[in-house]
Design a protein around this ligand. Sequence first.
Ligand SMILES: *[C@@H]1O[C@H](CO)[C@@H](O)[C@H](O)[C@H]1NC(C)=O
Ligand SMILES: *[C@@H]1O[C@H](CO)[C@@H](O)[C@H](O)[C@H]1NC(C)=O
Ligand SMILES: *[C@@H]1O[C@H](CO)[C@@H](O)[C@H](O)[C@H]1NC(C)=O
Ligand SMILES: *[C@@H]1O[C@H](CO)[C@@H](O)[C@H](O)[C@H]1NC(C)=O
Ligand SMILES: *[C@@H]1O[C@H](CO)[C@@H](O)[C@H](O)[C@H]1NC(C)=O
Ligand SMILES: *[C@@H]1O[C@H](CO)[C@@H](O)[C@H](O)[C@H]1NC(C)=O
Ligand SMILES: *[C@@H]1O[C@H](CO)[C@@H](O)[C@H](O)[C@H]1NC(C)=O
Ligand SMILES: *[C@@H]1O[C@H](CO)[C@@H](O)[C@H](O)[C@H]1NC(C)=O
Ligand SMILES: *[C@@H]1O[C@H](CO)[C@@H](O)[C@H](O)[C@H]1NC(C)=O
Ligand SMILES: *[C@@H]1O[C@H](CO)[C@@H](O)[C@H](O)[C@H]1NC(C)=O
Length: 435
Amino acid sequence: MFSPRLTTALLLSASTLARATPSLSDVLSTTANLSSLNALLTAQLPDLLKTLEGYDSNTNPVTLIAPSNDAFLRLPDTPVLGPAFSDNDTVQINNFMLYHVVPGLHPSTSLNKDGSFQFLDTMLTSNNWTNVTGGQRVGAVLQGDAPPIVVFTSGLSTRSVVTNQDIEFTGGILHIVDAFAVPPMPYVYNADQYDLAYPQDAVLSFTGALYSQPSNLSLATIVNTTSDLTFFVPSNIAMELASEFLAFIPPTALQELLSYHIVHGAVGPLYSSNFTNGTQATTLQGTSITLFFTGGGYFVNSARIIASDILLANGVMHVIDNVLTPDKDSVQPNATTYTQLPVLPTTMVVAGDMFNSSAAPFTTFMPNIVSTVTSTSSVFATGGSGATGTTTGLSATSTGKKSGADGLKQAAHVGVVGSVCVLAFLLGAGWFWTL
Ligand SMILES: *[C@@H]1O[C@H](CO)[C@@H](O)[C@H](O)[C@H]1NC(C)=O
Ligand SMILES: *[C@@H]1O[C@H](CO)[C@@H](O)[C@H](O)[C@H]1NC(C)=O
Ligand SMILES: *[C@@H]1O[C@H](CO)[C@@H](O)[C@H](O)[C@H]1NC(C)=O
Ligand SMILES: *[C@@H]1O[C@H](CO)[C@@H](O)[C@H](O)[C@H]1NC(C)=O
Ligand SMILES: *[C@@H]1O[C@H](CO)[C@@H](O)[C@H](O)[C@H]1NC(C)=O
Ligand SMILES: *[C@@H]1O[C@H](CO)[C@@H](O)[C@H](O)[C@H]1NC(C)=O
Ligand SMILES: *[C@@H]1O[C@H](CO)[C@@H](O)[C@H](O)[C@H]1NC(C)=O
Ligand SMILES: *[C@@H]1O[C@H](CO)[C@@H](O)[C@H](O)[C@H]1NC(C)=O
Ligand SMILES: *[C@@H]1O[C@H](CO)[C@@H](O)[C@H](O)[C@H]1NC(C)=O
Ligand SMILES: *[C@@H]1O[C@H](CO)[C@@H](O)[C@H](O)[C@H]1NC(C)=O
């Protein structure tokens, strides 16, 4: 038993410890880089601040992704958020801040040491913004070495690089980031953005095909309104390879083929963190796809995943290098070759240089979207500054295409050396390959 004196001493030190952990308001008001966030929460979102103050780091903790003053300065150029902030739209701003609140404690030490992504659910649950069960996700990853930095990835390829991590407050911890996380947008917006950045691997053709369907079969509605979707989207080149076949199959067969590329999850979308060798998932078409890990990368049936984890309002999208078909659901990748043979009849020689992806089928059906995105360069530049450990998935994937799986691995490491970020969605791929 403790002596009374020791007990008093223990109690004292316990209370000193308790006092040593500041409240969220204390942290916000004493951290120079958080004065804008402090002003926003106190002046405009007092209810949210009160809610955040109500969490308890022992019983009911949260992790706050806290935008720094620099992040606030970047708001005018930040897609989606910029206009809402300039309109002073409190309802939307509240939604955006909820996307920065992650239930549970997620200190830097809890992230995967191998550089693979975790997808954490957030408190953004409004159907105005998301149809992902359990709240829209934010990607969390450790990048670079000695010491690795924490990066959060979000919609439209946005990277939020942590500048100060693991700051404790009574309700949990916060990480200060240099850019706001952007809530993921619907599929078509992402397809559009991706196409601008990656003409060669563009997904315009598949997207146009979804919209080409007679309205009584239309997948476009499903794409917009169904929750927890996972899209395995063939690149334009993959679609072009199969174009003659696709042009002549009847609408119902085309519908089946397209539906075979979309999974509607029972418990949520399938992020790369959900992939295991042999994972099966039932598609909208009814037949299953199988994921394989081989040759340093993941495949869907025999189609290689060339970019992963592009977050969408209602799920996630991964880009693949071949068209899938339910008739060939048992094909497996050939581990000894980088490029797998298409499973559909083709009319062209399998050689990269012969393709002209702007000739890919269905692109004329692509809907005209009125983009809320302000400028492409700002989208892709977000979060770049101070990111010493960032990598470009772009070099990872494109190099990998030429030199195979080992090339991918190396490219991912080369990319780590100090290059300023370009596209977070390919980061998923770049890092993913290093598994
Ligand atoms: C404030 O943030 C900037 C970058 O946004 C960083 O360089 C600086 O070290 C931060 N200051 C403190 C006191 O953390
Ligand atoms: C934005 O709106 C809030 C109340 O909704 C108000 O307190 C604040 O002054 C407004 N800010 C600007 C810049 O107009
Ligand atoms: C959702 O949108 C509706 C209609 O625009 C609006 O009235 C409501 O306040 C929004 N709710 C949230 C949580 O965003
Ligand atoms: C979520 O789904 C509902 C209908 O299921 C739809 O009205 C809404 O627009 C969707 N929201 C988003 C952000 O996709
Ligand atoms: C869709 O409509 C077309 C005519 O516009 C019709 O031929 C076809 O049978 C319909 N398909 C279904 C599944 O209802
Ligand atoms: C789906 O969403 C996109 C982007 O918001 C919009 O342009 C398109 O008209 C929608 N399509 C349907 C069928 O709702
Ligand atoms: C994906 O992984 C998360 C975390 O392990 C899990 O909660 C979720 O149910 C998984 N989703 C699917 C579709 O398997
Ligand atoms: C993945 O599964 C396939 C088929 O079940 C197997 O041939 C292959 O060796 C597995 N790959 C790894 C890396 O375990
Ligand atoms: C895999 O590819 C190699 C090289 O092209 C070929 O020799 C081998 O027969 C293929 N294996 C299978 C099972 O198709
Ligand atoms: C690629 O295809 C487009 C559309 O069919 C055509 O306008 C263009 O000239 C082609 N480019 C080349 C290099 O063949």
